[in-house]
Design a protein around this ligand. Structure first.
Ligand SMILES: Cc1cc2nc3c(=O)[nH]c(=O)nc-3n(C[C@H](O)[C@H](O)[C@H](O)COP(=O)(O)OP(=O)(O)OC[C@H]3O[C@@H](n4cnc5c(N)ncnc54)[C@H](O)[C@@H]3O)c2cc1C
Length: 388
């Protein structure tokens, strides 16, 4: 009987486990999880905190042939084809690394993590802690540290719940977005009366009885009831550090079959480095649908159905202050852009110096244009003029 072992039971891991169980029902499919809950959808955590979704809405379907084991992998021995946990050893014929990512906490913030009103926002446990805490507050001062998409989204929903929300960002919000469009997002959030402090470094904290009370900035002091850290992500791959698996900045390097540097071992999802469809360079995954697709492709290859992963097409769709925002492809400062602007609807098309379209940004309901622009971006021709 073939033994498939999957480390991680979320978007990538569970998709793979279900696919393996369906396609090889006589095999053993074991999926390890470092958490004590059943597998859940991380994308719904914000709705869970605000009460739009119940706990039961979050859980993911699991094939009855898949065995979920709540046990954390601590090391990998490729010679004996085994993964060790604190109490057990699991053997595999084929292994999938799908351990995802967690919040990266810079050293500066480590000495406030013990405070009872300081929260991370990456797991169901984080969301439950935050939700329990919110129930004791109304109209209080929330500070979100980190102006990436996750930070903006949580700030937006808390503002809708009437909290006074401030985002503190040491650079510009959504760092990889062209500065003019980051400014556009800022003004959308300002319209919702979310305060955004960019290029802002925190000088110090005031803590009293294990509660964070104040943040000291250069020229301002902020009173705090709740602080949420969304300071970036890091791959959950510490357990692989003494193994021969090739890592780059902690991410597992994969080939076009999502195979790692070691035979019979594959990787998928937020812990993996995969191809960017647009420029073929390596890119970090950070979206649920891409992790699902990778879990599917990796498990097909574990089943020895040669399947190529075409790469990620970077695409973020979000809703801020009731406006739909789309960021597709590459829209950074090194690119030029043209704008189409009508009331309630804004679009910007990006191109590189050779007039090759690289990206698209929109505010408003422009779903019908996205597939068209995506085709233009992937054609990689000098097609800028087609948009004018
Ligand atoms: C708050 C929030 C909101 C988001 N919203 C969206 C959204 O709206 N749209 C979108 O596309 N994406 C969203 N994302 C991103 C998306 O959730 C991730 O891209 C996706 O979850 C990645 O899936 P994954 O399977 O790679 O890893 P993860 O979901 O990170 O899961 C990793 C799994 O590995 C397990 N694990 C970790 N270490 C070990 C170990 N040593 N041993 C055993 N098991 C281990 C964990 O327990 C977990 O089961 C959001 C993320 C967050 C945090």
């Amino acid at each position: 009987m073939k033994k498939y072992l999957i480390i991680g039971s979320s978007a990538a891991g569970l998709t793979a486990a279900n696919n393996l169980a369906i396609n090889n029902p006589d095999s053993q499919v074991i999926c390890l999880s470092a958490q004590n809950n059943l597998p859940y959808n991380k994308c719904l955590l914000t709705d869970f905190v605000t009460g739009k979704k119940n706990l039961n809405d979050l859980f993911l379907p699991i094939s009855e042939k898949v065995k979920i084991v709540c046990d954390r992998a601590i090391s990998l021995d490729v010679k004996s084809s085994t993964v060790q946990t604190k109490t057990s050893v699991f053997e595999y014929d084929k292994l999938l690394i799908a351990t995802g990512s967690s919040t990266y906490v810079p050293d500066f913030y480590k000495n406030i993590l013990h405070c009872k009103n300081v929260f991370l926002f990456n797991s169901l446990d984080d969301a439950i802690n935050l939700k329990n805490h919110f129930q004791n507050f109304s109209s209080s001062n929330v500070v979100v540290i980190g102006g990436g998409i996750t930070g903006l989204e949580i700030a937006n929903v808390l503002r809708q719940k009437n909290f006074n929300v401030t985002i503190i960002e040491k650079n510009q919000i959504v760092r990889l977005l062209h500065e003019k469009l980051a400014a556009k997002l800022k003004s959308i959030l300002n319209d919702a009366r979310i305060k955004i402090l960019e290029d802002t470094q925190i000088q110090d904290f005031v803590i009293n009885n294990d509660y964070l009370k104040k943040i000291i900035l250069n020229n301002e002091i902020l009173n705090i009831d709740i602080l949420i850290l969304t300071t970036g992500t890091k791959p959950n791959t510490q357990w692989l550090e003494n193994s021969p698996i090739q890592l780059q900045n902690g991410y597992v390097v994969t080939d076009s079959n999502l195979k790692t540097s070691i035979e019979n071992i594959f990787a998928a999802g937020d812990c993996a480095l995969v191809n960017n469809m647009i420029n073929n360079e390596k890119i970090i995954n950070n979206l649920w649908p891409d992790a699902v697709k990778q879990g599917f492709v990796a498990s097909n290859n574990m089943l020895e159905k040669n399947t190529i992963y075409p790469g990620i097409f970077p695409n973020i769709v979000t809703n801020l202050n009731s406006k739909e925002i789309t960021i597709s492809g590459m829209c950074d400062n090194s690119k030029k852009f043209i704008e189409l602007n009508s009331k309630d609807n804004y679009q910007a098309f990006f191109a590189n110096q050779n007039d090759v379209v690289t990206g698209y940004f929109s505010v408003g309901n422009n779903q019908k244009n996205i597939a068209k622009v995506r085709d233009l971006i992937l054609q990689q021709k000098e097609n800028w003029q087609e948009l004018c």
